[in-house]
Design a protein around this ligand. Structure first.
Ligand code: NAD
Ligand code: DAU
Length: 353
């Protein structure tokens, strides 16, 4: 038995693969294009594992996906592969359309053909789980109730619009072809392997490098933060027991303004690695130009996944954020290689061998 994971060298995908193989003996076929966001060092501990089969390739390569499905005959596909950074989608949306929409479409087509050839219990138990985001629901005001699964789609960035399109494709493949799909819409993740273009790892890295900590706009935009392994456990729960064709919101019940997040990070760094001049990292906070179309607030109502599948996050923000800061303090080489770009050379070496 095996599962096919796409995008398993990225932030959440690599945590998921490590988590999965830490919990059971079911092999993972890991298909990842290794864009700038894919980093095989995240999976270095699996280098000699017979249960991890890494394949460099694109989810949009229908022939490759079809061949992998035929060869390994996985019982499920978990689709993490995506362009994921909102700011990059504003500067260059094309890659987002290509991977998140066209890529998901091609992946769905290959999976539909494979599933169509299955019979009996293989066909009954097969699952396609699509990993998506709360950003598809758009932006909330301060007093709005949190997003439920019934909230209408109102994506505001090219990134969220491309994810919304992919969600709709997945939905349509269930309704039209009966493909056994599941979709998760999760809030902001944080934890190990988070690429330092995103707020939390960027702030940790800049703080330790003596650089400004850039806060967009007034810093009062609100996000709901979830420790990454809690997202992994939610995906496992949905894969195991989710109702076909359904979507499940996943969140940390933890709304914070960006300023609160950055203050927390500075305070933990002040304790864990105080500056030699005795000043606080908070002094590096700098307000910068706002993100165009910046969504004001996201908040997830994760009642459905708790009611139906008994899932709740194990970490609080207090426990998860300290673990995260410590991980970055203990892994300066990972950060150095990612920020210098040398992880890509390492990947080339690793991949040849
Ligand atoms: P990431 O950018 O860190 O990783 C994406 C991975 O996908 C990389 O390894 C990259 O190489 C790979 N990839 C990109 N294009 C590909 C293609 N065409 N074919 C195969 N592989 C490709 O992203 P992440 O933060 O780990 O997010 C993973 C998924 O979870 C995404 O679908 C994202 O939309 C979703 N999500 C992310 C968050 C978050 O807070 N990061 C929250 C909710 C949902
Ligand atoms: O909500 C889920 C989404 O969370 C995922 O779908 C995305 O893939 C993921 O990147 C994340 O999107 P955000 O835009 O919320 O994350 P980011 O870390 O880029 O920004 C978090 C908040 O911090 C947001 O309000 C913008 C702000 N910000 C971000 C950066 C990079 C800053 O103020 N300064 C910064 O330098």
């Amino acid at each position: 038995m095996s599962i096919l994971v796409t995008g398993g060298a990225g932030f959440i995908g690599s945590n998921f693969v490590l988590d999965w193989l830490g919990q059971n003996k079911e092999a993972v076929i890991n298909l990842d294009a290794l864009t700038y966001a894919g980093n095989l060092q995240n999976l270095a501990s699996l280098r000699n594992s017979p249960l991890h089969h890494f394949v460099q390739g694109d989810i949009g390569d229908g022939a490759l996906v079809a061949a992998l499905l035929e060869k390994h005959r996985p019982r499920a596909v978990v689709n993490f592969a995506a362009e994921s950074h909102v700011d990059r989608s504003i500067v260059g949306p094309e890659a987002f359309i290509q991977t998140n929409i066209v890529g998901t479409f091609r992946l769905l087509e290959a999976v539909r053909a494979f599933w169509g050839g299955l019979t009996g219990s293989d066909r009954e138990t097969f699952r396609f789980l699509h990993v998506s985001t709360d950003e598809v629901y758009g932006s909330l005001s301060e007093s709005d109730p949190a997003f439920t699964e019934l909230h209408r789609y109102e994506p505001n960035s090219p990134y969220s619009a491309s994810k919304a399109a992919s969600d709709h494709l997945v939905r349509s493949y269930h309704h039209t072809y009966g493909l056994p799909t599941l979709t998760t819409n999760c809030s902001n993740n944080y934890g190990p392997h988070h690429f330092p273009e995103k707020l939390i790892p960027l702030v940790i890295h800049n703080a330790l490098s003596g650089k400004p900590l850039p806060i967009y706009g007034d810093g009062r935009n609100v996000r709901d933060w979830l420790y990454v392994t809690d997202h992994c456990s939610a995906i496992r729960a949905v894969l195991a027991g989710g109702r076909l064709g359904e979507t499940y919101n996943v969140g940390g019940w933890n709304e914070m303004t960006n300023l609160e997040v950055v203050h927390t990070l500075c305070d933990i760094l002040d304790e864990e690695q105080p500056k030699t001049d005795g000043t606080s990292y908070r002094a590096q906070i700098t307000f910068v130009k706002d993100r165009p179309g910046h969504d004001r607030r996201y908040a997830i109502d994760a009642t459905k996944i708790e009611r139906e599948l008994g899932w709740r996050p194990a970490e609080t923000f207090t426990t998860g954020i300290r673990k995260t800061v410590r991980w970055y303090l203990q892994n300066p080489e990972w950060v150095r290689q990612v920020t210098s770009g040398s992880y890509r050379e390492w990947t080339a070496q690793q991949y040849q061998s």
